[in-house]
Write a protein that binds this ligand. Structure first.
Ligand SMILES: C[S@@+](CC[C@H](N)C(=O)[O-])C[C@H]1O[C@@H](n2cnc3c(N)ncnc32)[C@H](O)[C@@H]1O
Length: 231
């Protein structure tokens, strides 16, 4: 279980910022960065455009992934659904969707994107990822969430046993910018968590999954993983 104080802090951040964050998909994020004083405008001026570039790359990869892996009638979980962009895309592909997030603001934004027919195929659940396993599904998207949890065991316990396919991204602890952000924690403006890539790969494989595709993404990577079939 993650530290409750940290969860509450991240939750409060996302309740306030999820609508602003979704600006990244159109123009640029409008998030309010607190606690870094004079650095906030600098961060927004120089780092947000770089983040925007990565978001565009990330978005294209995910849309292509959905196109290739999701078909009508499948049951898909969108964990940390945020503004609902991918929930909407999954529903448009004809899937049934379980969309979860710990921020009510995210579920409200997601709901507002859906028409009545889509709402009939979508379950919106207010849930912290570490609190319980998700129901059995065909495929899980967990995009942009690992930077806010500090224990990969949550993914191993609550997501992996429930699916055959899992797409997720995380930030690497051995990336030079993340090393700097870890040392000078005031530069870690969103209080990100970082993971060791060898540990992630080993854990994925130890739990019966293969890494099928990988995308280098800024200071992290996105992994498309699948359960190894026992014939
Ligand atoms: C960076 S946004 C990404 C949203 C969406 N997946 C996307 O890619 O557009 C992260 C989302 O994860 C949610 N989130 C972060 N930590 C979470 C946790 N511990 N449990 C559930 N949701 C969480 C936030 O509320 C937010 O909506």
């Amino acid at each position: 279980m993650m530290n409750q104080e940290k969860i509450a802090k991240h939750k409060a951040y996302w309740e306030e910022n999820i609508a602003r964050f979704s600006g990244f998909y159109d123009e640029i994020s409008q998030e309010e960065l607190k606690g870094i004083g004079l650095l906030a405008p600098l961060y927004k001026k120089f780092i947000f455009p770089l983040e925007k570039e990565q978001m565009t790359k990330r978005n294209l990869f995910i849309l292509e992934y959905i196109d290739k892996n999701v078909s009508a009638g499948m049951l898909v979980a969108d964990i940390g659904c945020g503004s609902g962009l991918y929930t909407k895309t999954l529903l448009q592909k004809g899937a049934k969707v379980i969309a979860t997030d710990f921020a009510q603001a995210a579920l409200d934004l997601t709901k507002a994107k859906l028409n009545e027919e889509e709402l009939n195929r979508c379950q919106l659940i207010l849930q912290e990822i570490g609190s319980a396993p998700i129901p059995k599904v065909d495929l899980v998207l967990c995009i942009g969430v690992l930077p806010y949890i500090d224990n990969f065991n949550i993914v191993v316990k609550n997501l992996m046993p429930q699916t055959n396919k899992l797409l997720f991204n995380y930030l690497k602890s051995d990336n030079v910018f993340n090393i700097v952000r870890s040392v000078f924690s005031f530069l870690n403006v969103r209080n990100y968590s970082f993971f060791n890539s060898n540990f992630i790969k080993k854990t994925i494989e130890e739990n019966g999954f293969n890494i099928v595709q990988k995308l280098e993404l800024g200071t992290g990577e996105m992994l498309s993983t699948e359960r190894i079939k026992n014939d």
